[in-house]
Design a protein around this ligand. Structure first.
Ligand code: TYM
Length: 332
């Protein structure tokens, strides 16, 4: 059975991009694969945050993930900092990862210029992510398009370790959805929908937004002056293309069918409302279900503790083996 690992940072509110790029794939693969899903709280320390807010967002994200359909019977969902092997393995892999590989990462270069002060953690981010994946011998990593480079780096780090210490790590493959692998911001279709920009009104659709908010955000979505509802790679039509892609990802229809659904639309207003409607319906059960988990924090924490225990059973022996391969005195 294939092993799957994926993760999400508890920064900001989970949004439609996370849902279409990641969560849906995670839920759909649950029956055929052995799954580990992780709320990567250590990663979220690499950008400015407030400690109380982080705790709250971590629990909320866990509630959302269970509400989306991650089943504790089929998958292991846990919090990264609860399994100390991740941070420990990170030191070990730091010692074999060339700095140059990290300085070349797109996300590092982007954030480096945006953040006022940059900690070591930001540069090291992809090494910790490699540990997440490699400790579980994951074959597949279902992610949105933006994480492809990070998974490829994990693969390279695995290769380097195997070369230095003998065959040990499974080289992971990124698994990217065919549609909506990069959901764009509604306010600016040239930038990816992101949690950090999600506080900007009209940028992102939060998974827990209420129907009125969702409608409002879609009404404000940036389009163009062509007044033509069709898929296009043309940058000037990126807003309409983004709306159609969201509609396509949720309905599962082909491109022609999607365009046919809007053949009688009177304009972009109808398109926006059509997309808003199906998004509202797709997210409604998640909002309702996550309240159930949030209203019972003890039960939620128990589920997460069980997840961490299951994760430790896999990660700790792998860490021990890794230490042994690297020449450390293990088990004393
Ligand atoms: P994060 O927290 O930014 O996003 C979580 C998942 O959502 C996907 N995603 C998107 N997909 C489509 N359109 C978008 N606009 C969009 N925005 C986000 C991401 O691709 C991701 O799959 N570095 C990771 C977290 C991580 C991880 C891991 C992932 C840490 N360790 C190990 C996989 C395996 C991140 O910041 O994801």
């Amino acid at each position: 059975m294939k092993r799957v690992f994926s993760g999400i940072q508890p920064t900001g509110e989970p949004h439609l991009g996370n849902y279409l790029g990641a969560f849906r794939q995670w839920v759909e693969g649950q029956d055929q694969k052995e799954n580990f899903f992780c709320i990567v709280d250590l990663h979220s320390l690499t950008a400015p945050y407030d400690p109380e807010g982080l705790r709250e967002r971590t629990r909320k994200l866990a509630a959302v993930l269970f509400a989306v359909g991650i089943s504790p019977e089929k998958s292991t969902l846990f919090i990264q900092s609860h399994v100390s092997a991740h941070a420990e393995a990170c030191w070990l892999l730091n010692c074999i990862t060339p700095i140059g590989w990290l300085q070349k990462m797109t996300q590092f270069k982007e954030k480096f210029t945006k953040q006022e002060s940059v900690g070591m953690g930001l540069l090291d981010y992809p090494v910790l992510m490699a540990c997440d994946i490699l400790l579980y011998d994951a074959d597949e990593v279902p992610v949105g398009d933006d994480q492809k480079q990070h998974v490829e780096l994990a693969r390279n780090i695995a290769g380097r370790f195997n070369h230095l210490y003998g065959d040990f790590f499974v080289p992971p493959e990124p698994v990217i959805p065919k549609i909506a692998a990069r959901v764009m911001g509604l306010d600016d279709p040239a930038t990816k929908m992101s949690k950090s920009a999600a506080s900007i009104r009209g940028h992102a659709i939060g998974v827990l937004d209420d129907p009125k908010e969702i409608e409002r955000s879609f009404k404000r979505a940036k389009t163009d002056l062509f007044n033509e509802i069709r898929f296009s790679d043309d940058q000037e039509r990126a807003g309409v293309n983004n709306l159609l892609s969201i509609y396509q990802a949720i309905t599962g229809k082909g491109r022609e069918e999607v365009e046919a659904d809007f053949a009688n639309a009177r304009g972009y207003g109808d398109l926006k409302m059509g997309v808003a409607e199906i998004v509202i319906e797709a997210l409604r059960p998640i909002r309702e279900e996550s309240d159930k988990y949030l209203n019972d924090p003890v039960a939620l924490d128990t589920m997460l503790a069980k997840g961490a225990e299951q994760a430790r059973e896999v990660a700790m022996p792998k860490l021990r083996e890794m230490q042994e391969k690297m020449g450390l005195l293990v088990g004393m």
